[in-house]
Write a protein that binds this ligand. Structure first.
Ligand SMILES: Cc1cc2nc3c(=O)[nH]c(=O)nc-3n(C[C@H](O)[C@H](O)[C@H](O)COP(=O)(O)OP(=O)(O)OC[C@H]3O[C@@H](n4cnc5c(N)ncnc54)[C@H](O)[C@@H]3O)c2cc1C
Length: 324
C-alpha cells in the first residue's frame, strides 16, 4: 500500500522538483497512513540518499546500476514498474519534469494505472481519490477522480515548494531485471548551452520581449538576472527570431514556470505568454505602454522605457547586494 516516489536526477544530483515530489509523497503517505519509499536509480552518492530521507522518505530503495544514471524512458519505466510490483505500491508520485513526462504515461500504460499529469495540490483521499490540476492554460482548475486501484500523480514542479520532513530513510538495495536491450537510447556526450539554474527550476526569472528591440540589447536582462541570481527567459517571438535560444521561451507553446518572482521586461502580456507564467507568485512588469495587458496581470508595474529603468534598477540592487 506504500507511496512510491520517483526522484528525477541530473548528473547524479537530485533536482529541486524531486525534493518537492518526495515531500509531496510523504504528505500523501501521511494522509493514507502508509510509508513513503523513494527510488534511487543509478549510482547516487550516499549524501543524495540522505537528502531523500530529509525530504520525507521513510525508505530509500536503490538499484545500483550505472546504466540508469542517464534517463531512458523504456528502461526506467521497466525498473520503476518492477519496484512498484515488489512493494505492492498503490500510489506513485512523479515530478512532472521533462523526464517525468516521459516516464509517467509509459508507466500508466504498463501498470494500467490512472494518471493525472500536472497535479498542483495534495489529493483528496476521503473515500474517492481526487487530484487537482490546472486546465485552460492555467485559467482554471479541474478535479480528477482516479478510478484505478493504482494511481499515478505527475506533480507540477513549484506547486507546493520543497519542504523538509525528516524521516529515517532506511536504505534497501534492490535488483531489477534489466537487459542491455531495455536501454533504447544512449547518451554519448552532454554539452551545456547555458550555465546556472535551469529555467524550469528557477525561483527568480528575468524575462525579455520584443520591446528589447534586438539580441544586442540583452545585456540589460543578463545584468539584472546575474545581480539577483535569476534565470533568463523570453517571449516566443524573441526565440523565433533567434535572439535567444528556444529553451528560454515561456508560454503556451514553451515552458510553463512557477517562480517566486517573474520580471517581464518589454513583454506585452499576450494570453499565450501569460499561460506559461501566470502561476508565478509575484509578477513585475516593465513596459512603456500603460495599456499593455501584462500590467493588468502584474503585482507591480513600472511604466517606463526599459533601457532607462532597468540599468538603474540593476545598479540599485547591486548596491543592496554589496551592503548585505
Ligand atoms: C498559437 C500561438 C501560440 C503562441 N505561444 C506563445 C508562447 O508560448 N509564448 C509567447 O510569449 N507568445 C506566444 N505566442 C505569441 C503571442 O501571441 C504574442 O505575439 C507574443 O507573446 C508577443 O511577444 P512580445 O510581448 O515579446 O512582443 P510584443 O507583443 O511586440 O510586445 C512588446 C512590448 O514591449 C513594449 N515595449 C516596446 N519598447 C519598450 C521599451 N523601450 N521599454 C519598455 N517596454 C517596451 C511594448 O509596449 C509592448 O508591450 C503565441 C501565439 C499563437 C498564435
Amino acid at each position: 500500500m506504500a507511496v512510491i516516489v520517483y526522484p528525477d536526477t541530473v548528473e547524479k544530483e537530485i533536482k529541486k522538483a524531486s525534493k518537492e515530489a518526495v515531500y509531496y509523497a510523504s504528505k500523501v503517505a501521511g494522509q493514507l497512513g502508509t510509508e513513503t519509499i523513494a527510488l534511487a536509480l543509478g549510482t547516487l552518492e550516499e549524501d543524495k540518499l540522505s537528502t531523500l530521507a530529509k525530504y520525507g522518505a521513510d525508505q530509500v530503495a536503490t538499484v545500483h546500476d550505472e546504466r540508469l544514471d542517464h534517463f531512458d524512458s523504456c528502461a526506467h519505466t521497466k525498473a520503476v514498474a518492477e519496484i512498484v510490483e515488489q512493494y505492492s505500491a498503490r500510489v506513485i508520485v512523479i515530478p512532472y519534469t521533462n523526464n517525468g513526462q516521459g516516464l509517467a504515461p509509459r508507466l500508466s500504460a504498463r501498470l494500467k494505472a490512472g494518471l493525472v499529469p500536472g497535479a498542483v495540490d495534495f489529493p483528496r483521499t476521503d473515500g474517492d481519490f481526487v487530484v487537482k490540476k490546472g486546465v485552460f492554460s492555467g485559467k482554471g482548475f479541474a478535479y480528477y477522480k482516479i478510478n484505478t486501484d493504482r494511481k499515478i500523480i505527475g506533480m507540477l514542479p513549484n506547486s507546493i515548494g520543497p519542504q523538509e520532513n525528516p524521516k529515517a530513510g532506511a536504505v534497501e538495495q534492490l535488483n531489477v531485471t534489466l537487459e542491455d536491450s531495455d536501454f533504447t537510447v544512449q547518451v554519448k556526450d552532454v554539452q551545456k548551452s547555458t550555465e546556472g539554474v535551469p529555467l524550469s527550476e528557477a525561483d527568480l526569472v528575468v524575462s525579455g520581449g520584443r520591446g528589447l528591440k534586438g539580441p544586442e540589447n540583452w545585456g540589460v536582462i543578463e545584468d539584472l538576472a546575474e545581480t539577483i541570481g535569476a534565470a533568463t527567459a523570453c517571449s516566443r517571438p524573441v526565440a523565433d527570431s533567434e535572439w535567444r535560444p528556444h529553451h528560454e521561451h515561456v508560454g503556451q507553446t514553451g515552458q510553463t514556470i512557477r517562480p517566486s518572482l517573474y520580471i517581464a521586461i518589454g513583454i506585452s502580456g499576450a494570453i499565450q505568454h501569460l499561460a506559461g507564467i501566470n502561476k508565478s507568485k509575484v509578477i513585475v512588469a516593465i513596459n512603456k505602454d500603460p495599456e499593455a495587458p501584462i500590467l493588468k496581470e502584474a503585482d507591480y508595474g513600472i511604466v517606463a522605457d526599459a533601457f532607462e529603468v532597468v540599468p538603474k534598477l540593476t545598479e540599485a540592487l547591486k548596491e543592496k547586494v554589496a551592503a548585505s
